[in-house]
Write a new protein. Structure first.
Lengths: 335, 328
């Protein structure tokens, strides 16, 4: 799976996002690297508080400062470091070249404007289209995301739509300016399983027909298995494992990924006890030294308690931040 | 026509339970129709077992749960708890039954009083069963907290000091405080992270083994239901579409709606990108419908003229297997 470097649409390198309060610094994202290639769906998966949403907001330039602060790293989007862009420059990218779909469509849509008025906004601001053209395009967009009688739906207010339809409208708005990348932050969490499957299917189809990339953020390993090409597993502000969907689910290497999969209930595990990870996720202001997972890790060794583990390669494209599983020596421990 | 399994005694039996809500329109608020939230539901939960109730939001699962707890009066039918009809019991007759049936909610943040310590919350339950002595209360609280895996010191702390999983444990301790036999679990793990979810599921199983509890487990997550439940009832628009033992339902689903549900379930163990066969269709449907036709005919892949005119009966098709589809 070696890819051409020109195929990389988004590369996040060594990203650190800290939040300062009076007496502590919460290191929400603490040195994260990931890449999204053109025309691929990448999942960033982790439990609440692992830093996945903050990473996405950093890419969108939506970390408010203070209290937030991008302490280190680069965010390279089609050759440009977004961290060097000023507000004006970011506004031209946000919504036009990178669009975001949020978790809760009812709170992300404005209740006092019709669907049509809200879809028109990016078309007017970014593309400056004439009104007649905007109306035509808006209807077309709704049709693309599978909404029937689009001309009538454009006149509806968000509360008149079902949860699944609202999420479709959000996706239509994200698609409006033909972005190269869509960042979707748990877009199906509030939906029923059947509706969730429909939305995921829609995203798969649009990704292919529009040749876009999707960065999909979720805590749900089930969803990951339905949509991802490649997966990054996050824990306590760092990437602990990355690989293809099959590598992550079939041969997980990091003890945290292994624990997460063992904790998933399923009918095949009936009668067995589910694995439960002892302890709890560390407070981002007081992370343990060494590997952030070591206090909960069944395989922890003495070096894990003091040395920060480097990424170790397994197969092509499959990496895990665990020299112990990899059976590696001192060269894979750093810091 | 009503699912019953003779081997274990049933702790709870529902017979033809109904709940209709009026639709009122116009200046005079005249009733112009009815939303049939729960229609003719007959079910049974065997003592010491778990019945899973699955279906999408708005299908009537929670309405049914609320009627079982008598938080909501039913319009018709019988709700028999150990042979006593809850639906027609007087307030006085209900009092001792309320201890026997408890509930755990989905949202551990919203279901605990933020102004009461964990100890005070649990003590409230203890008082209703006549434990008023402070020393005895403290002892019971400590014991209950230990039972759900919380340190005794948490009794003096407030809900906001705990994580979601810990709060859910407190909710379980509160439900246990009155010594129930049946617990209605309304989506108890769907708001939790994977690792925490596993802890709570393990706890619910342990409590069932130790205390012989029966559960009505309401969930939309079929992976959890398949892991935890002995029997499963599939509900759609107020009606039970299929009911069977868990293995039977997953291996031999008969109702087209059950097929749709199962095909939407992710299978992380497969390790390859997989999405079910269902159509990309989520048009909202009119809430009120013509009388007795199949509720699923609009979206059913196998629908034909007869489905638009008649509704199937819930029919026994195998041991412990019932389905509402005339084609089966």
């Amino acid at each position: 799976m070696t890819r051409d470097r020109s195929d990389v649409l988004l590369a996040v390198e060594g990203l650190k996002v800290y939040f300062r309060s009076e007496d502590e610094i919460a290191r929400a994202v603490d040195g994260v690297d990931f890449e999204v290639h053109r025309r691929e769906t990448v999942c960033l998966v982790g439990e609440s508080g692992c830093g996945k949403t903050v990473s996405a907001l950093a890419v969108m330039g939506l970390i408010s400062s203070p209290p937030g602060e991008i302490a280190a790293g680069r965010i390279i989007f089609s050759g440009r470091n977004l961290l060097n862009e000023n507000d004006n420059g970011m506004q031209k990218i946000r919504g036009r070249r990178i669009a975001m779909v949020f978790q809760e469509p009812l709170t992300s849509l404005n209740p006092v404007f019709t669907v049509g008025e809200q879809i028109a906004e990016p078309l007017r601001i970014h593309l400056g289209l004439p009104e007649a053209e905007i109306r035509k395009r808006s209807a077309r967009l709704l049709q693309d995301v599978g909404i029937d009688s689009p001309d009538e739906r454009l006149k509806d207010y968000p509360h008149q739509l079902s949860g699944g339809q609202r999420q479709r409208v959000m996706i239509a708005m994200a698609l409006a300016c033909g972005p190269e990348l869509i960042i979707a932050d748990e877009p199906t969490t509030a939906l029923d399983v059947t509706v969730q499957a429909q939305i995921l299917k829609l995203m798969n189809r649009l990704q292919q027909s529009h040749e876009m990339s999707i960065l999909y953020i979720t805590h749900d390993l089930g969803v990951v298995s339905q949509i991802a090409d490649r997966v990054y597993v996050m824990y306590a502000g760092v990437i602990v494992e990355q690989g293809s969907l099959e590598q992550i689910f079939k041969t997980p290497r990091h003890p945290y990924t292994q624990a997460l999969l063992a904790a998933l209930p399923s009918r095949k595990k009936r009668g067995q006890r589910l694995y439960s990870i002892p302890g709890h996720v560390p407070n981002p202001a007081y992370k343990p030294p060494g590997c952030p997972f070591h206090p909960r890790c069944p395989k922890a060794t003495p070096p894990c308690r003091g040395l920060y583990p480097g990424m170790c390669g397994f197969e092509t494209g499959h990496w895990a931040r665990c020299p112990v599983t990899a059976g590696r020596g001192p060269e894979d421990w750093c810091r | 026509m009503d699912p019953s399994f003779a081997r274990e005694p049933d702790i709870l039996r529902l017979e033809g339970v109904k709940k209709y809500y009026p639709i009122r329109r116009g200046f005079l608020q005249r009733t112009t129709g009815w939303v049939r939230a729960v229609e003719n539901v007959s079910l049974a939960i065997a003592s010491g077992k778990t019945l899973g109730l699955v279906g999408e939001s708005g299908c009537g699962k929670t309405t049914l749960a609320r009627m079982i707890l008598r938080l909501l009066p039913s319009d018709a039918g019988r709700i028999l708890f150990r042979g006593v009809d809850i639906a027609s019991a007087s307030a006085k007759e209900m009092q001792p039954l309320r201890r026997e049936i408890q509930i755990i909610f989905q949202d551990p943040y919203g279901s605990l009083n933020p102004r009461m310590t964990v100890g005070q919350t649990i003590a409230e339950g203890l008082r209703t069963i006549g434990i008023r002595n402070h020393g005895e209360q403290a002892q019971r609280i400590e014991h209950l907290l230990e039972r759900v895996g919380m340190p005794a010191a948490s009794a003096d702390r407030y809900p906001h000091e705990f994580s979601g999983g810990q709060r859910q444990r407190v909710g379980i301790a509160r439900a246990l405080s009155v010594g129930p036999a049946l617990i209605v679990c309304d989506e108890p793990v769907s708001a939790l992270d994977v690792s925490i979810q596993a802890q709570i599921i393990n706890l619910l199983k342990d409590l069932q083994d130790q205390l012989g509890l029966s559960y009505l487990f309401i969930s939309h997550d079929l992976n959890v239901v398949g892991y935890l439940c002995h029997h499963v009832a599939v509900m759609y628009k107020g009606q039970i579409m299929e009911y069977a033992g868990a293995d039977e339902l997953f291996e031999n689903p008969l109702h087209p709606y059950t097929h749709v549900l199962l095909s939407a379930v992710p299978d992380p163990e497969a390790g390859k990108k997989s999405l079910g066969e269902q159509a990309e269709d989520d048009r909202p449907e009119p809430p009120a419908e013509p009388p007795d036709v199949c509720r699923f005919h609009v979206k059913c892949p196998e629908t034909d003229d007869r489905c638009r005119l008649f509704n199937g009966e819930l029919t026994q098709v195998g041991m412990d297997h019932f389905v509402r589809c005339w084609k089966r």
